[in-house]
Design a protein around this ligand. Structure first.
Ligand code: F6P
Length: 329
């Protein structure tokens, strides 16, 4: 016998920095709702659209042909209004007016922090889907968009390497990730960087210079150093400046990849991950779950309480760090 779903109408939204694969997640949520005879609304511009009543009914065909698109068709924002009690009261009234009795929130730690506060105040069941290129949410092996961003970065650095090699130059390439080094470490390994500057480990400029000197002694004519935006010197420009002061064998250039890292068509991995997570989010709500994030652990879907996902820090893999060091000589 089919169980009566615990929810009747789900609102889905994307919030915070967009990430490739968010559209696949939205599509999966809408399709899973239709499959289970649950109504679904799209809430535009995240929490801000909830406050400003930008809410529309979605249908099975509202999400056709979006799998391959980067960004998010529901748009995204970082809402100031939702941080206030008054803003959240308006948001709740809007949801009620549309008959929405549960939410799927696609985003990162800021999104789930907001969801937790809202859930406590208004008792609205919410399931989170981790969507951020930073991969910084605790409890999931991967977040939606991380794989694609790694591929975009690798592709960019391959191109930088071509010109670095032609001109015997040293490039400092800054990548995103906020205060996490996941993107930087993967980029470093996949693009053959001589060193990676991570927020998680303070490497001195003297150490970095020693690595560059050793590379030069080993006949390296050009090199790439990856600098995570959150590392302690303050980014690639500053690291490059301090290195140049001590060591000027190379003609030095700095490239800040910036928001190009958030764009592009999602990889197969991100599309599949997002599709699985979207369906599981709806099923979790149907079974009465709330206040949890869908997560992928060892290829299985699990649920992680919001408070755990946002309060604990996701550590970068020490084995990956070791590998990066071994192969960069
Ligand atoms: O969280 C995703 C992210 O791209 C971070 O890597 C970066 O620090 C931040 O968002 C940039 O935010 P914005 O697009 O608001 O400048």
């Amino acid at each position: 016998m089919k169980r009566e779903p615990a929810v009747k109408k789900i609102g889905v939204f994307t919030s915070g920095g967009d990430a490739p694969g968010m559209n696949a997640a939205i599509r999966a949520v809408v399709r899973a709702c239709v499959y289970n005879n649950i109504e679904v609304c799209g809430i535009y511009r995240g929490y801000q659209g909830m406050v400003e009543n930008e809410i529309q009914q979605m249908h099975v065909r509202s999400v056709s042909r979006i799998l391959s698109q980067g960004g998010t068709i529901l748009k995204s924002s970082r809402s100031k209004d939702f941080r206030t009690k008054e803003g959240r009261a308006i948001a709740y009234a809007n949801l009620k007016a549309h008959g929405i009795d549960a939410l799927v929130a696609i985003g990162g730690d800021g999104t789930f922090t907001g969801a937790e506060v809202f859930e406590k105040e208004y008792d609205i069941p919410t399931i989170g889907v981790p969507g951020t290129i930073d991969n910084d949410l605790y409890g999931t092996d991967s977040t939606i968009g991380y794989d694609t961003a790694c591929n975009v970065i690798t592709d960019c650095i391959d191109k930088i390497r071509d010109t670095a090699s032609s001109h015997n130059r040293l490039f400092f390439v800054e990548v995103m990730g906020r205060d996490s080094g996941f993107l930087a470490l993967r980029a470093g390994i996949a693009s053959g960087a001589i060193a990676v500057m991570l927020p998680e480990e303070k490497r001195s400029i003297e150490d970095l210079v020693a690595i560059l000197e050793e590379g030069a002694a080993n006949n390296k004519t050009s090199s790439v150093v990856i600098v995570a935006e959150g590392e302690s010197y303050g980014g690639a420009n500053e690291v490059a400046r301090q290195v140049k002061e001590r060591y000027d064998k190379y003609d030095t250039k700095v490239t800040i990849l910036g928001h190009i890292q958030r764009g592009g068509s999602p990889s197969n991995y991100d599309r599949c991950l997002a599709s699985m997570m979207g369906v599981h989010a709806v099923e979790a709500l149907i079974y009465g779950e709330r206040n949890k994030m869908v997560a992928m652990v060892n290829n299985s879907m699990v649920l992680v309480p919001f408070e755990v996902a946002i309060s604990k820090r996701s550590e970068i893999d020490s084995e990956m760090r070791r590998i990066a060091q071994v192969i960069s000589i």
